[in-house]
Design a binder for this molecule. Sequence first.
Ligand code: ZN
Ligand code: ZN
Length: 328
Amino acid sequence: MRAMLLDAPGRPLRAVELPMPVPGPGQVLVRVEACAVCRTDLHLVDGELPHPKLPVIPGHEIVGEVVRCGAGIERLRPGLRVGIPWLGHSCGRCWYCLHEAENLCDAPGFTGYTIDGGYAEHAVADAAYCFPIPEAYGAVEAAPLLCAGLIGYRTLMMAGQAERLGIYGFGAAAHIVAQLATFQGRRVHAFTRPGDVAAQAFARGLGAAWAGGSDEPLAEPLDAALIFAPVGSLVPTALQAVRKGGTVVCGGIHMSDIPSFPYHQLWGERVLRSVANLTRRDALEFLALAPQVPVRTETTVYPLDQANRALDDLRHGRLQGAAVLVPA
Ligand SMILES: [Zn+2]
Ligand SMILES: [Zn+2]
């Protein structure tokens, strides 16, 4: 099968021909129909994530058809369209796994990071971490739901009942969260890079009540803010934007350093927290909710062998919504 391989951080992905992977017990072989490109893939390629499997096939927003089941699988069968997300394995034994926090597992496996992912024609995955895709979605359209959607959903849930919601960084995750939040009756304030009027118009088109640069004054204090941009200086900015008792949630896996700020910006029982990974329950909840909204994804399709170009376009903010790789 063809795949795009990361040999070492800092290098472009390399197109390779690999033997067809064989599913072991409890695993499925999936013919990849689409795999979305996540900012986490950029952090992986840039060496900002510790201890990746190397070489590794990136990609953790996989949609494809089950073509073969390993021994002992009852829940899935060949022909079924499934999604494979970032959480590829959890140990089931550690304190976190036993307390409904498998996203924080001490011995996890992550798709496209410590397990080969979906920048390929086929992928093998643990069947217990695969999810049927709602029938309303095509493969390309569904791919960004698998991380931008899932982690975005978990991030939004951490904001509790917040009605006035700020979103910093209007990329793939934000464009899904904005639709979900609006559906839930929240008022979305979208903050983009100063002067990025295209992203601001995009945000308003997806239901944002207000959109502007992260340097612009607030129309009203926020109940909560979600940060999807990997920019640490947005943390004090967002803390200043939320009311007393408000929450700031960092949704990304990596961020530049957070500058120091005076304690009074946190004072008033403001809460600052991160969101890490996802649980299978998040996936089930979000994939059931998405068709009700209905969440629509904006995608730009690239052939699989153009993965480096897709990553480059993401890096330079030349994308609206999500990039999706499709094996030609
Ligand atoms: Zn991701
Ligand atoms: Zn565990």
